[in-house]
Design a protein around this ligand. Sequence first.
Ligand code: PLP
Length: 395
Amino acid sequence: MASVAAAPASDTSAPSLKASAKDCATNGMAEWDASFKAADTVIELAVGRKAKPDLTNLAFGTVFTDHMLTIEWTSDEGWQKPHICPFRNLSIHPACSALHYAVELFEGMKAYRGADGAVRLFRPMLNMKRMLKSAERASLPSFDGAELLECIRKLVELDQDWVPQSDSASLYIRPTFVGTEPSLGVKKPSRALLFVILSPVGSYFSTGAKPVSLWADPKYIRAWRGGTGDCKMGGNYGASIYAQSEAVELGCQQVLWLYGEDHQITEVGTMNLFLYWINEDGEEELATPPLDGIILPGITRQSILELTRKWGEFKVSERYLTMADLRRALKEDRVKEMFGSGTACVVSPVGRILYQGENLFIPCLGDHPPLASRLLKELTDIQYGQTPSDWTYLV
Ligand SMILES: *Cc1c(COP(=O)(O)O)cnc(C)c1O
């Protein structure tokens, strides 16, 4: 057995992957001999180049760049060389375990072009670390996250013309990892495919930065303790579409996911959730639910917690929040703002919650809630290189 080597100390923006990946050695090989290497990447260039789309009114994730990255794994031979090839359909066995049993996970990250023309990623090693955690939960093989990041860097560099020249648009990066076991047994896959595709995106929500309306009902739950809600596994999202449709039928844009008898507030749509309020003890507080197994550990969430703790201007808490807490605080006029956070939109203010047949209106100060606006500016200034930061990674 290869030992999991103690990793050198590193800052939080580049956490050690070796410590988080458990026992990924195969056949007695040293741990990371079991990973592919970016230096081995084989590049097959596309013959032509596609026309770039107009980003205004472009639906999220509908247009893709000229190239993609694919890396195959088998239990017999381990990882193959990474391939960068023209964007094209995959050929998949009809018994493929991703298709039957949702052995699938993904990541969501972005490349941003600054006013200086440089292309940057935002804390990408945190995505690699989270992807390895999802892979472990999905019974898919481990790899060296730094090597995958370097493969992604090469891919984005090759398709860099697709990174929009804009301070609100970006190039969305979708790393995906699927079991390709060609048999119907419910078992650990003996084959897998890791691939990365790139899609230029404008603003995520059709309403722009306008406050969103939410439907809160304990009828559907997104995640549960012991489940997979804390991993970006495809099954979580496919199962959420039904509730999302019901929210739209009821005149709301997104689902506010509740949990438990006490209707704990967990996440909103595919975003983490923050409440900025005067808490029960009269303290000014920014609160978000703790990472207790049902919350997706968002990189935007982590960044907001780190930024606001650094400001030191108010209490910042990871704590439980219930609908009763919210309703009482609204009645007592203690709610300042509520917003979702995620890579797609950075922050998305909440304006209204439909709960038990009642509309709860959240203060938004003429659609420009001060804290959400300030966080949006601080984070996008880092992402687009306006504020120098060790959270950015140059492509
Ligand atoms: C991806 C995701 C988030 C946000 O994570 P970021 O890393 O900030 O983009 C939050 N909740 C869910 C359910 C998600 O899938």
